[in-house]
Design a protein around this ligand. Structure first.
Ligand code: F0G
Length: 466
């Protein structure tokens, strides 16, 4: 029998109660939070789709692994388990654990970027870019143009544009390029994958010019699943095999294990070069902790080692991506403008088309995320101009072509019924969209402003009054 529908390859053992708030409570909460969903206490949130980062439900095996924590300061047994898992599934020889992804980005950036160098990448990620800049580097976008168009159905919108990389090398010389930062399942593009062919060509081009390639492996397993599903010649290969192929092209990786690896905290830097690994081990002791724990407890490393092995299972990934696609299709059926193809870790609402009456300068995605919360208690996140920040040189706001609200799906946490409620809430909002008003800053932090910024409505008291 060929079966098309997916079902979760697990059953529920423990539940966590959700609390629904009243509209009045939510209006007060979002005003108190400066119309920024990051500043909402989670007790006021019903369905939390802020992020897929650290919000995963761990398996009973991972929880059992927590009890196997070897909390030795140095040389914890769990470090060696994690090192084995990374060598086996990602293929890198040297592991430097970090408390989360940005800890690894900090170390890599400080070690591999000289002031004035360029760091090409397939679309920026917020924390990655800020660490590149703090090390004196300048991010240059080399993603294909299709990625900037929410309606373009190209199946690998995460791909690098080889011509853009070649032009950069021609104009500036390879020595001016610190390394290429290659992200899989590109977050800011809407969770869009790279093809294996493009990863191979990109790495070959860079290596030909002596430029290293470091992978942001945060969602590489989800990317491997898309390669298996979409790329000619890949459908009979396992996700684990494809993951190894992706990593084998590159020189090392930074990782936020809070996503693919199904844990609540953790990350790592992994490289093949022994000399670089030694320098990174030396640096991690300054900022994170000893090189065999890097800011993590032994138990966290054990949970991560087990989570990595679970993450490459087909049934897991089929249900995980299947759930995201389920929500995406419901929204498309309801006429909601979303980024297509539907991404790996969430559904991205196209706020520019959702709120045609709000100019880009009034941050439509920020307003839409706030309004969705008021409407339904569903918490989403802005991924547009507020996240993009200001241009370093001109001080002006950057207005990316993608002005999105991300409905991010935590792994193994919510049910199909939660997706139904979410879709209904967004569709309801669409019907009342002209009542949503734009926002302006009242407080703008210097770094990664989206996390802590505060806003006020450009007119009236609140962002969305029905
Ligand atoms: N790289 C990517 C592609 C990410 O999505 C993230 C985090 C990081 C690096 C940084 O890792 O959070 O462990 O320090 N993304 C989260 C998100 C915050 O919600 O998308 P971290």
């Amino acid at each position: 029998m060929s079966r098309h529908s997916w079902a979760e390859p697990w059953k529920v053992k423990m539940v966590e109660h959700l609390k629904m708030t009243t509209r009045q409570e939510r209006e007060a909460a979002i005003a108190e939070a400066g119309f920024n969903t990051f500043l909402l206490p989670s007790r006021f949130v019903y369905i939390d789709l802020l992020t897929d980062s650290g919000t995963n439900a761990m398996s009973d095996r991972q929880w059992a692994g927590l009890m196997m924590g070897d909390e030795a300061y140095a040389g914890s047994e769990n470090f060696y388990h994690l090192q084995d898992a990374i060598r086996r599934y990602y293929g890198y020889q040297h592991l430097i654990p970090t408390h989360q992804g940005r800890g690894a980005e900090h170390i890599l950036s400080q070690l591999c970027i000289r002031p004035g160098q360029l760091v090409p990448g397939n679309m920026y990620f917020t924390t990655t870019k800020v660490h590149q800049e703090l090390a004196g580097g300048k991010f240059v976008d080399v993603i294909i143009d299709e990625a900037h168009d929410p309606d373009n159905e190209f199946p690998f919108k995460g791909n690098c544009d080889l011509a853009k990389i070649e032009r950069l090398i021609r104009e500036h010389g390879a020595a001016k390029i610190a390394y290429l930062s290659l992200e899989t399942n590109v977050n800011m593009a809407g969770g869009q994958p790279c093809s294996l062919a493009n990863i191979r060509e990109t790495c070959a081009l860079c290596h030909k010019h002596g430029i290293k390639v470091y992978l942001d492996a945060t969602r590489a397993v989800e990317n491997a699943y898309f390669i298996q599903q979409r790329e000619p010649g890949q459908k009979n290969r396992t996700i684990a095999q494809i993951l190894r192929d992706i990593c084998d092209c590159t020189d090392g990786a930074t990782m936020s294990a809070k996503k693919d690896a199904l844990v609540n905290i953790g990350g790592f830097l992994a490289v093949n070069d022994e000399e670089l690994a030694e320098r990174a081990r030396n640096m991690v002791v300054i900022y994170e902790g000893l090189h065999t724990y890097g800011g993590l407890a032994g138990r966290d490393m054990e949970a991560m080692a087990i989570g990595i092995a679970e993450s490459v299972q087909f049934d897991h990934m089929h249900a995980r991506i299947g759930q995201v696609e389920y929500l995406g299709h419901k929204l498309i059926e309801g006429g909601v403008p979303i980024v297509r193809p539907i991404g790996g870790h969430g559904v991205f609402l196209d706020a520019k088309r959702f709120l045609l009456h709000i100019p880009h300068e009034q941050f439509p995605a920020q307003a839409l995320a706030a309004a969705l919360y008021v409407e339904s208690g569903v918490r989403a996140m802005e991924r547009g101009a507020v996240s993009a920040g200001r241009d370093h040189e001109t001080g002006q706001n950057v207005f990316p072509s993608l002005e999105l609200v991300r409905l991010t799906i935590p792994r193994r946490v919510y049910t199909q019924a939660h997706m139904d409620v979410t879709a209904e809430s967004v569709i309801e909002l669409l019907e009342n969209r002209e009542k949503i008003v734009g926002l302006r800053f009242t407080h703008e932090p210097k770094y990664l402003r989206f996390f802590q910024a505060r806003f006020e409505p450009v007119s009236g008291e609140t962002v969305f009054k029905k």
